[in-house]
Design a protein around this ligand. Structure first.
Ligand code: HXC
Length: 520
């Protein structure tokens, strides 16, 4: 064998050794927990054969606590680039078989390198996290590594899409970096996110809590809103990431890819002409409206399990990516509360940052009132959504289906917040409030003075009819030009597609400033 051939076989052997991470025993342990390895995850995520790995042979330089004896090629993270449906992405996957995927100075340098490349080359960065946080033996050097990553997360925010898959028990810094990214995906029974685990919680606060209760996928996808997606398996989580990428541009310099659309933009749906119940207090399912108007009924919902009174997610209309924001009348009557405002506000800002037009479907009785909401800061939190819509310069098409009352009417992409095209169905009621509340406030005292109950009820009804005739329709708003057109529900897809077509080259400039000061 020539020297060159020897060196080539040595390379092949070194690569094979490095690919084993912390060794076969630890890989088996990972599998026995029902978990995939970092490399298996990358193989599922990227198009076959597209992965190009960097820094496979990097090692840590720590000698504290005998660490020189536990040094592995790659140092607990696999990094590189590849493609998803032929489009470039950068990826890092932490390898739990090496020191529990904990973050060393070296690991941080590897992650930062792919983050920098992603920003420079205008491609999404996807992190597959499985890590016990800062590597304890490296002390402040590990913390500094997190600082470097966080700073890059912040600078990349709004420049390239950043997506975090959570594939293990992530603690400390391992949860703050995902929190700075755009989307977080967790897996049932496999992912946990917490500042620190149950043992430390017990010693600090005395609280006894399981990993699942503290930071499982269910908790973060339904109670805290930390996770945007929950999957039943790692495979499902990874296919969700691939699907999500398909709706997004590679960076803020581009538009999202437009796909050929077999679903005709002019398709009408007669069932929408019958969807609004006669009784205004009855609900219907907004998912039916979304499914009817978007291409092939395909909708990737974000935050499906959290703040379900508002629906947000990605779809396509005539092949173009859109962000859908829709009140859900069948959950809490579609009211806007703190969580709904936070959920939709963040989504609107993401879409605006990445040139994704917004389609807003409105049926909202107002903001939720009461001490619980006031003490939680509904004023500041509601203002987040208001701010997000007012700030957004992407094409904004709004359809008011039924109720659009008070502050919630303004917030939900009204004309004055630079809504580009605002349609209403004939069933729309656009007013300061519903008829019952309005009559009570305006005439309550007078009505109380009518002694005969039948006479009082008739007088109440007469005032309600007067109010409804004046305000509870779309024509009053249309008379002021606040609604551009009243449309037949069956034509909604066609009208929205045409509106988006006309707005494709929209340009808006803003006054210069260092940055905004949104109500955090
Ligand atoms: C070094 C670590 C480590 C860490 C785990 N390991 N976490 N090594 N630094 N942070 C090692 C273990 O020693 C073990 O090594 C291997 O990884 C697997 O860990 P196990 O504990 O055996 O696994 P498991 O039972 O599955 O528990 C996983 C875990 C637990 C829940 C993540 O290890 C844990 O609680 N780790 C500490 C989590 C934490 O509090 N991190 C916060 C760090 S502070 P061997 O050699 O046996 O395979 C931080 C601050 C950042 O991150 C600043 C942010 C603002």
């Amino acid at each position: 064998m020539s020297d060159q051939q020897k060196r080539i076989s040595e390379l092949v052997q070194k690569r094979a050794d490095a690919a084993l991470g912390g060794g076969q025993k630890r890989i088996d342990a990972q599998h026995s927990k029902g978990k995939l390895t970092a490399r298996e995850r990358i193989a599922l995520l990227l198009d076959e054969g597209s992965f190009e790995e960097y820094d496979m042979f990097m090692r840590h330089r720590c000698t504290n606590f005998g660490m020189e004896k536990t040094s592995f090629d790659g140092d607990g993270v696999v990094t590189g680039q590849g493609t998803i449906e032929g489009r470039l992405v950068y990826v890092f996957a932490q390898d739990f078989t090496v020191s529990g995927g904990s973050l060393s100075e070296t690991q941080a340098a590897k992650i930062c390198k792919v983050m920098d490349m992603a920003v420079r080359n205008g491609a999404p960065c996807i992190g597959l996290n499985d890590s016990g946080g800062a590597r304890i033996q490296e002390g402040v050097c590990a913390l500094a590594g997190y600082g470097e990553i966080f700073q890059r997360n912040i600078l990349a925010s709004g420049v390239i899409p950043q997506i975090s898959g959570i594939f293990g028990p992530c603690a400390g810094g391992a949860v703050y970096s995902p929190a700075l990214t755009d989307f977080t995906i967790m897996v049932k029974d496999i992912s946990y996110m917490f500042l620190t685990g149950p043992a430390v919680v017990k010693s600090v606060t005395g609280e006894t809590v399981t990993q699942e209760e503290l930071g499982g996928a269910q908790v973060h996808s339904s109670k805290s809103g930390v996770a945007h997606f929950k999957a039943d398996s790692e495979q499902e989580a990874i296919s969700t990431i691939r699907r999500l990428i398909s709706f997004l541009p590679s960076s803020n310099r581009e538009s999202a890819p437009t796909l050929d659309c077999a679903d005709p933009a002019g398709r009408v749906d007669d069932s929408l002409n019958d969807i609004i119940p006669d009784n205004p207090n009855k609900s219907y399912d907004m998912y039916k409206v979304i499914g009817s108007i978007v291409d092939n009924g395909e909708f990737l919902e974000v935050h499906r399990g959290w703040a379900r009174n508002i629906i947000v997610g990605f779809a396509r209309m005539n092949g173009r990516s859109v962000g859908i924001v829709a009140n859900q009348p069948s959950v809490l009557a579609g009211v806007l509360d703190i969580n709904a405002s936070r959920k939709a506000g963040r989504f609107v800002r993401f879409c605006d940052a990445f040139n994704i037009p917004l389609v807003t479907l409105v049926d909202v009785p107002g903001f939720l009132c009461g001490t619980q909401q006031e003490y939680g800061g509904i004023i500041t939190n509601g203002a987040k959504l208001l701010y997000a819509y007012g700030e957004a310069t992407v094409p904004k098409v709004t359809v008011t289906l039924r109720k659009s009352y008070g502050g919630a009417h303004i917030v939900m992409s009204c004309k004055q917040l630079r809504g580009d095209i605002n349609y209403a169905w004939p069933t729309a009621n656009i007013a300061v409030m519903g008829a019952d509340g309005a009559v009570e406030i305006l005439y309550g005292k007078d009505l109380k003075e009518i002694v005969d109950p039948a006479e009082r009820s008739a007088a109440f009804q007469a005032k309600k009819d007067e109010y409804n005739d004046l305000f509870c329709n779309p024509y009053n708003a249309a008379a002021y030009g606040y609604i551009d057109d009243v449309i037949e529900p069956r034509n909604t897809r066609f009208r929205v597609c045409r509106a988006l077509e006309s707005l494709a080259d929209k340009k808006v400039s803003a006054p210069s400033r260092k940055h905004d000061n949104l109500p955090l």
